[in-house]
Design a protein around this ligand. Structure first.
Ligand code: NDP
Length: 329
């Protein structure tokens, strides 16, 4: 028997999440069984713990889009008992049973060996949010961003993706401007390495101007909506925005074609879920080398499986700071 957070749906379509004892025969059929040590909390997890957001395929459901742990059994030659592994994405925790469980069973293709120098707890302090932040930084670098080009903007900075992006960029020598709607997170963001705090309201008014003064040498955007519309108009000539999330809306409000055709601005789409294996390994290696572990620890809020229903509701309201690390045992 093992413990897992199980979401059930009643006849009226209302969902409820609670920790349950399950037998191993409830696990799905797949090649690798993992004794999970840690999981984490992302915006998508908030949806899957709660109303489902159209992501969950079937109930009862075990959410948790990320986990790290030790292989217990394997029918895949690449993994053997005792190997330490990390999983993010592949719709685990949405369409498939996830990591809010002491046991998980998944395809070998979905796993990545834990990089040297990272513990399973640190891997989950990173999680999908941190992996996506690293993929964003790599995309900006691939599009010619270098320290010295000017300030790099991070939106949704006190959230999961934003916190890790701020810490990585600052560690790499970039000047980081952090956008937040929570003024009380200023000290936290400055400790992560931000040198400028931009109040959210400065960037949420939709304007009709085709362009504004050039301010940002790069941007990691977790918010979209009106903010991305404004930010695009403020990007420096030839710079890029890594578009990661939609915490502020799914449209790009007030945007015109002008930043792209008059300033050569690039909008780079970042997806972590279906990212090929080689890119994941490259990103995890960069995380192990370029994310200072003391800064990562400063972002961590520890939690247990039983805390997740409350935390899931909080993240949907934009009230979680940094990275939640769930000790499933
Ligand atoms: P969090 O909830 O931890 O962070 C989002 C942050 O955005 C909040 O903390 C808040 O930051 C800001 N925010 C929230 N609501 C608004 C709003 N209405 N207007 C402006 N800012 C707002 O989520 P994550 O960091 O885990 O994820 C961020 C986004 O990235 C989500 O949309 C998520 O779905 C997406 N994502 C995409 C991935 C991909 O593969 N492309 C992978 C992971 C996440 P503050 O309080 O500082 O203002």
């Amino acid at each position: 028997m093992f413990k897992a957070l199980v979401v059930e749906k009643d006849a009226e379509g209302k969902t409820a999440a609670a920790v349950q004892d399950l037998h191993e025969d409830r696990l799905p059929d797949a090649e690798v069984t993992v004794a999970v040590e840690y999981s984490t909390l992302n915006y998508k997890d908030g949806l899957c713990i709660g109303p489902g957001g159209g992501l969950v395929r079937a109930y009862p459901h075990v959410p948790g889009i990320d986990f790290a742990g030790t292989v217990q059994d394997s029918r895949d030659d690449r993994y053997k008992p005792g190997d330490r592994v990390v999983l993010t994405g592949w719709r685990v925790g949405e369409a498939h049973w996830g990591g809010y469980s002491q046991k998980a069973r998944v395809k070998g293709d979905w796993l990545v060996p834990l990089p040297e120098g990272l513990s399973t707890r640190q891997a989950m302090a990173v999680g999908t949010a941190g992996l996506t932040a690293m993929l964003s930084v790599m995309a900006l670098e691939d599009h010619w961003l270098e320290p010295g080009h000017g300030p790099v903007l991070v939106t949704g900075a006190a959230g999961g993706v934003g916190s890790v992006a701020t810490a990585i960029l600052a560690h790499l020598g970039y000047q980081v401007a952090a956008v937040t709607g929570r003024p009380e997170t200023e000290d936290y963001l400055r400790d992560l390495g931000a040198t400028e705090i931009v109040p959210r309201e400065e960037l949420t008014e939709v304007t009709r101007k085709p362009l504004e003064s050039e301010r940002w040498a790069g941007c990691v955007d977790a918010v979209a909506g009106a903010m991305l519309g404004r930010v695009l108009k403020q990007m420096k000539y030839g710079s890029s925005v890594a578009a990661v999330g939609l915490a502020g809306g799914a449209a790009i409000e007030g945007a015109l074609i002008t930043p792209f055709i008059l300033r050569g601005v690039n909008l780079l789409g970042i997806d972590s879920v279906m990212r090929p294996y080689a890119d994941r390994v490259r990103a995890w290696d960069r995380i192990a080398s370029d994310l200072p572990m003391d800064k990562l620890e400063a972002m961590v809020q520890p939690a247990r499986l039983s805390d997740l229903p409350g935390l899931g509701a909080d993240i949907l309201k934009g009230q979680v700071k940094g990275r939640v690390v769930v000790d499933v045992n």
